[in-house]
Design a protein around this ligand. Structure first.
Ligand SMILES: [Zn+2]
Length: 277
């Protein structure tokens, strides 16, 4: 008891490693590999766009209490920098999904580090999970075998998801679509789909009338059948394009909606593939 003030505090009273993730998908990954040994919080609920998220005072407190901050990186979560500073948490370990990633696709004028949507390719997901597991092992060596076992199980599930999507895409004769914002380049590269244009190349900046007219021409001349939108964004423009050209609007969720990453990606892939069929 006398020494209590001198001894370093354990990660949490329960001994669990506190992980704060930015996206719900990343929180899902942390729970998948960490099981009972981690306590995971996500900053985003899934209804916000991570490009324009505004940090809340409660988020700073969550970061102050965490041992690991798990984020995508590539500048997606620029809004975190001040919060990390303000949290005063000197022991916080920041793990980026993008750490060590190669093959990053060029981004828009505002993405100086490249397009950040790497989590939509299960192979980048595996690399990001591996980054996290390495840090979990360092902070909690006793959990090593559990982390490795759970990671292996999850990777098998990811591989099976990838195989299922690839097999379905292979049956399509037309693999092209227009996406509302540029979230899907890694997903498309992995599975052989093709984005021919983006309605809003810079998130939050609406296209001009001239750019919209160009999209209408493109849909007609190239016979594009599908345009995708996202639940976190307004569908006014996609709906307008649909009315004008007859293109089908499909809602894909690049974020988590409560069922975890595999369910989210599988649902989006199915919706897109069914629309393209
Ligand atoms: Zn995005």
């Amino acid at each position: 008891m006398l020494l209590a003030g001198c001894a370093p505090a354990p990660p949490t009273p329960s001994g669990r490693v506190k992980v704060v993730a930015t996206l719900g998908i990343l929180a899902d990954w942390a729970r998948q590999v960490g099981g009972e040994r981690v306590e995971v919080t996500a900053l985003l609920t899934g209804n916000e766009s991570p490009h324009t998220y505004e940090i809340k005072p409660a988020d700073v407190k969550t970061i102050a209490d965490a041992r690991i901050l798990f984020r995508v990186g590539l500048g997606l979560e620029d809004w975190l920098d001040a919060a990390i500073e303000n949290s005063g948490n000197k022991k916080l370990v920041v793990v980026n999904v993008a750490d060590g990633a190669t093959g990053i696709v060029a981004g828009d004028a505002e993405d100086k580090y490249g397009n950040p949507h790497i989590w939509l390719d299960p192979e980048y997901a595996k690399a990001g999970i591996e980054n996290l597991v390495k840090e979990l092992e360092k902070l909690d060596p006793k959990g090593e075998s559990l982390y490795r076992r759970r990671e292996a199980v999850y990777f098998v599930q990811l591989d099976s998801l990838s195989r299922a999507i690839k097999a379905q895409v292979a049956t399509l004769s037309d693999k092209r679509f227009i996406s509302f914002h540029d979230a899907w380049p890694y997903f498309c590269r992995r599975f052989g789909l093709q984005v021919v244009a983006t309605v809003e190349p810079i998130p939050g900046q609406e296209p001009s009338a001239k750019e919209l007219a160009r999209l209408v021409d493109l849909i007609r001349s190239e016979r594009i059948k599908v345009i995708t939108t996202e639940p976190q964004l307004s569908s006014v423009l996609p709906d307008m394009l649909a009315k004008e050209t007859g293109v089908k609007v499909v809602s894909l969720n690049p974020l988590e909606s409560g069922g975890g990453y595999i369910a989210a990606l599988g649902t989006s892939a199915n919706a897109l593939i069914n629309a393209l069929r």
